[in-house]
Design a protein around this ligand. Structure first.
Ligand code: ADP
Ligand code: MG
Length: 396
């Protein structure tokens, strides 16, 4: 049994005026690959270091299995860690680097040799065992660091941005390798990254944090399709979900959302997905539309006419497989990311820009400067409270 349970885990660094981590509650399942993701400074490394015993716990508990390990020394936690910096011993061979934890533990020579060979096979490091790490490309060095963690057969892996030093192409390759190796070994893993694509592609579940507070923990599919608030909605997905100030209106028993001088129906499916809409008073609301839910209407001729928007195309970016059309809507954009200074209050983060990014098919003939009819997948609209940014999910 190697579940990892965080109960109200909190951290206040001495002489810091704000908490780095506040009441983090996560139950990592046995064998699960859990990704902690969020912008820089949100407390990911702090959480990981507390689990690993490299940073003191100022509130709450960490359990491995049934045992509270708050007071265990790092080496007694049966945890192996892999960091962004490989911290390999440059003067030692790859073999000795991998064998090191076992040598320290005074494991017998023959046993060490068998285990190094096993690990080298898993990581495809066989040809490099007698080289020095300095002579290896970055991807191989990171594998050696993984090897040193794997060989201990720990009950938990902790990884903090282990792929950040690699170039983009290698990162993509290593991403799937690390995920495959974890699935092969079935060791409970907590993996930290600021990269939402890494989080979405690698994790069984994704825990998204902001300013030391957990925002949502769910499968990649759920966190993408059912974001709890505007922060989650805009952090997960690229290009980000378009968010606009809009207003709810009732007309002849139908629900509508008004975006500037245009309107869209709120379909039965969307009302089921966001039951909070029913109780919501008419007026201010935030509507979210993912770029892929907006298509050039000429490519979907059967699309209902009342589920369209008209807008001028400001900019067109061709990606080959599809095209990103930036169109101008007569509505206020809402940004809820940490790119700007302090966006504690959604009210401060409304910009008048009104730019909406649409992912059009490659066949779309639109060009910058023309007006375009946009087919909106109204069954997939998202709705958030205009003040709190919370999804209108619960019927409250
Ligand atoms: P992340 O890994 O998500 O980028 P960290 O866990 O490193 O974030 O940091 C969370 C917060 O705690 C940040 O505001 C950071 O400045 C602060 N912090 C991290 N380490 C220390 C430290 N040793 N002393 C004081 N503050 C720290
Ligand atoms: Mg960090």
């Amino acid at each position: 049994m190697s579940t990892v349970t965080l109960k109200n885990l909190s951290k206040r660094y001495e002489d810091a005026d704000s908490v780095a981590l506040q009441d983090l509650n996560i139950a990592v399942r046995d064998g699960e690959f859990l990704v902690l993701v969020g912008p820089s400074g949100c407390g990911k490394s702090t959480a990981l270091k507390m689990i690993g015993g490299l940073e003191s716990i100022t509130g709450g508990e960490v359990l491995i299995g049934e045992r509270v390990i708050n007071d265990f020394a790092s080496r007694d936690r049966d945890i192996a860690m892999v960091f962004q910096s490989y911290a390999l011993y440059p003067h030692m061979s790859v073999y000795d680097n991998i064998a090191f934890p076992l040598q320290i533990a005074k494991v017998g020579r023959a046993e060490i040799e068998t285990r190094v060979k096993d690990v080298a096979k898993i990581l495809q490091l066989d040809p490099y065992l007698h080289r020095r790490p300095g002579n290896l490309p970055g991807g191989q060095r990171q594998r050696v660091a993984m090897g040193r963690a794997i060989i201990r057969r720990p009950s938990v892996f902790l990884m903090d941005e282990p792929l950040s030093n690699l170039d983009a192409k290698l990162r993509v390759k290593m991403r799937s390798e690390v995920a495959q190796i974890q699935r092969q070994l079935k060791v409970t893993t907590i993996y930290v990254t600021h990269d939402q694509v890494e989080a979405m592609t690698m994790g069984d579940r994704v825990a998204l944090m902001r300013d030391g507070v957990l925002q949502q923990i769910d499968t990649p599919h759920t966190i993408y399709h059912e974001p709890r608030n505007t922060f989650v909605a805009s952090f997960i997905g690229s290009p980000a979900m378009n968010l606009f100030r809009a207003s709810l209106a009732r007309q002849d028993g139908e629900l509508l959302v008004r975006l500037g001088d245009q309107q869209l129906p709120i379909t039965r499916l969307t009302r089921q997905r966001y039951p909070g809409i029913e109780q919501h008073k008419e007026g201010d609301v935030i509507v979210g539309i993912r770029p892929e839910d907006l298509e050039d209407a000429t490519l979907v001729p059967e699309h209902p006419l009342d589920q369209q928007l008209q807008a001028p195309v400001i900019l067109l970016e061709s990606l080959g497989s599809d095209q990103m059309a930036h169109v101008q809507l007569d509505a206020d954009s809402v940004t809820d990311t940490d790119d700007e200074d302090d966006t504690e209050s959604l009210m401060n983060s409304t910009t008048a820009a009104g730019i909406c990014i649409c992912r059009f098919g490659a066949q779309s003939p639109v060009t910058a400067g023309v007006n375009v009819s946009i087919a909106v997948a109204c069954d997939r609209l998202h709705f958030f409270d205009a003040t709190t940014g919370r999804a209108l999910r619960e019927d409250t």
